[in-house]
Ligand binder design. Sequence first.
Ligand code: KIV
Length: 269
Amino acid sequence: MISLSHLKKLKAEGRKFSCLTCYDSSMAKALEVAKIDSILVGDSLGMTIQGHDSTLPVEVTDMAYHTAAVRRGNSHAFIMTDLPFMSYATLNDALQNSKTIMQAGAQMVKLEGGAWLSETVEVLTRNGIPVCVHLGLTPQSVHVFGGYKVQARTRETADQLIADCQAVVAAGAALLLLECVPAQVGKEISELFPQIPVIGIGAGADTDGQVLVQQDMLGLNFSHVAKFVRNFMKEQSGETAIVDAFKAYHAAVLDGSFPALEQTFQIEL
Ligand code: KIV
C-alpha cells in the first residue's frame, strides 16, 4: 500500500503521481488495476453521488461509509478523505471526526482553509492524524467566494496564498492540495516545499501530483465541465474502457502531458 512517505519519495525523485476521487468499491478496484497512486474520497460525493448542487450537505457518516467501501476495494493506493463542511470548526469536532474517518480506512484527512487552520493541523498531527490542507478554490466556502472562481489571480493574492501554505506547513500539514490557481502559483508553491507533496486540480502542470473528479474525467458530468478537466474516456472503447481511461490518465500525469496548456490557467501575475 502506498504511504505518505512513498509520496514524499516520489516528489524527491521528481516522479509525478496520480490521484482520482473515488466513492465506491468497484471503482476503487478499477483504480487499483490501473495502478492509480492515490485516491481522494472527496466530499464532491455530495454532488456526484448524492445529487446536491454543492458539497455543503455532506455528513461525516457519509464520508466514513464511502471511505470504508473504497478501502475494501483497493489495497494499493494512498487514501485521503475530506472532513466535510463544519465538521472541523472546533478542535474537538476535528479530533472526533478525524478519528471516525481514520478508523474507516483513510490514511489522511483533508481540510479546506488556510493559516487559520494552523492550530487544528497541529493538534491532529500530534494525535497521529496526517493532514492535507486544500487551498485556493475551496468548495465548502462557495458562498463566501460567490461562485467557483479562479483564486490567487494577482501577485498580492498569490502571496497571501503562499503565506497560508507556509503557516499550515509550519503547523505540520503533510500534503497540500491547490485548486483553481494560475499555473505559476502552482509551480511556486510546489518548489517552495521540497518535503511536502503538492497535488493540483486546475493548478498547472508543475505540481507534484494531479487530481480530478472521477466522473469528470470519465465524461459523466452532464452540467458545467471545468476548463481543467480532460475526458479520458473519449479515447477508449470496448469492455476495458473504464480501466483504460484510468490507465491513460495515470500515464498522462506521469509523462507530464496532462494537464496541457488548454487545461491550465495561464494568468500573468
Ligand atoms: O471533494 C473533492 O473531490 C475535492 C476535489 C475537487 C479536489 O476536494
